[in-house]
Design a protein around this ligand. Structure first.
Ligand SMILES: NC(=O)c1ccc[n+]([C@@H]2O[C@H](COP(=O)([O-])OP(=O)(O)OC[C@H]3O[C@@H](n4cnc5c(N)ncnc54)[C@H](O)[C@@H]3O)[C@@H](O)[C@H]2O)c1
Length: 337
């Protein structure tokens, strides 16, 4: 099969910059779009777009043969592009960029899909009108370890979920959407949300105007997830600590650590049981390869004419939860979904 000719639109940190971090490189084999495109046999990286001269220079250095432009409309090989990786910040520019590629089969678009509902709707309508497949870079959906948990391994390990604590930072629309999407992937639909206080609006969140909110999410299955926002200035975490009736699973250090704790006889009380929180069994983490799998899955979806693993409808559902949390923080009321 011919490789999918691919253009990266927006050549910043997630497109290429993070690969320069030597600490990240120890744990993530693929941390940027360009790393996957340089290596994946089903894709051929043919173009890059960014208005910044430094970004254009970086793209030229990484892949000397590709066509580079300041604007997608100025690309000389746009008609040959099969896949556009939209790695700009959310905004109408993403929808505008689509028009430059007349033969697009798919987009791999960064989260969040948009800054508001109207923007998301406009982008997805433009894709739907042209039959463009949408894969959203909520990469946990492509991660092999998370996929195995979602496919039954989680319930085999912990039984029925009783409660969970979920942690994020750097903004509700930025990392909160990753967290909510992971909760939906592993624990099922979210039926209602209740913010437990007003929104916090710290300066310097990556998405302008973003907020931090603590909230209780009620799952369709009945259990509640207590979601707390952290100050990433102190330390980072996007994590989920799940307590079932037969065990506990803690996904911490942004997925680099997956610890399973068994149910055991209680050490301090006869006839009772406990979770062996002092005796974790670590599952292999695959987050370092998840970006590769996101692309692999997109190629599979295009080859087979099936849905990708992180389709638009699923990402929209996660963003609706985020909108509902923001609304609840404003009104103080519980919001059913
Ligand atoms: N999936 C993930 O885990 C993950 C991680 C980090 C960032 N992101 C998301 O990726 C997106 C980009 O984040 P980033 O940290 O790389 O931002 P960034 O600011 O480092 O890079 C964005 C780039 O887009 C360029 N750009 C802006 N408008 C453009 C346009 N009209 N055409 C072409 N290029 C344009 C900018 O010049 C910049 O170089 C955001 O939506 C962010 O939330 C996702």
């Amino acid at each position: 099969m011919n490789p999918l000719r691919t253009c990266i639109v927006g050549f910043g940190k997630i497109a290429a910059g993070y690969a320069k971090d030597p600490v990240m490189a120890r744990h993530y084999r693929y941390t940027t779009h360009s790393q996957v495109l340089a290596a994946h046999p089903r894709f051929r990286w043919t173009a890059a777009v960014d208005p910044l001269a430094d970004a254009q220079t970086a793209a030229a250095e990484l892949s000397p043969g590709i066509v580079i432009a300041s604007d997608a409309a100025k690309l000389t090989n746009a008609a040959d592009v099969d896949v556009a990786v939209l790695a700009t910040p959310p905004g109408p520019e993403r929808t505008a960029a689509l028009a430059a590629f007349p033969n697009l089969k798919a987009v791999l678009v960064e989260k969040p899909l948009g800054r508001n509902q109207a923007e998301v709707d406009a982008f997805l309508a433009a894709c739907a009108k042209r039959g463009i497949t949408v894969q959203v870079a909520l990469w946990r959906r492509a991660d092999p370890a998370f996929r195995a948990l979602a496919a039954g391994d989680l319930s085999a390990r912990i039984g029925k979920l009783q409660t969970a604590h979920a942690l994020y930072g750097n903004g509700l629309r930025n990392n909160g959407v990753h967290l909510v999407d992971m909760i939906r992937m592993l624990c099922g639909d979210i039926a209602a949300v209740q913010a437990t206080g007003p929104a916090n609006t710290p300066a310097h969140l990556p998405i302008p105007g973003d907020i931090q909110v603590n909230a209780v999410l009620t799952l369709a299955g009945g259990a509640q997830v207590f979601m707390s926002a952290l100050d990433f200035g102190a330390y980072r975490e996007v994590g989920l600590d799940l307590w079932g009736d037969a065990g506990r699973l803690a996904i911490l250090q942004e997925g680099l650590s997956i610890a399973h704790f068994s149910r055991a006889p209680n050490r301090a009380m006869s006839g009772e049981r406990e979770i062996a929180s002092d005796a974790p069994a670590f599952l292999p983490s695959t987050v370092g390869e998840a970006f590769w799998h996101l692309y692999d899955d997109l190629a599979r979806a295009l080859d087979t004419g099936t849905q990708p693993c992180s389709p638009a409808a699923s990402a929209v559902a996660s963003e609706r939860v985020i909108d509902a949390i923001a609304e609840s923080a404003q009104t103080g009321a519980r919001k059913n979904l």
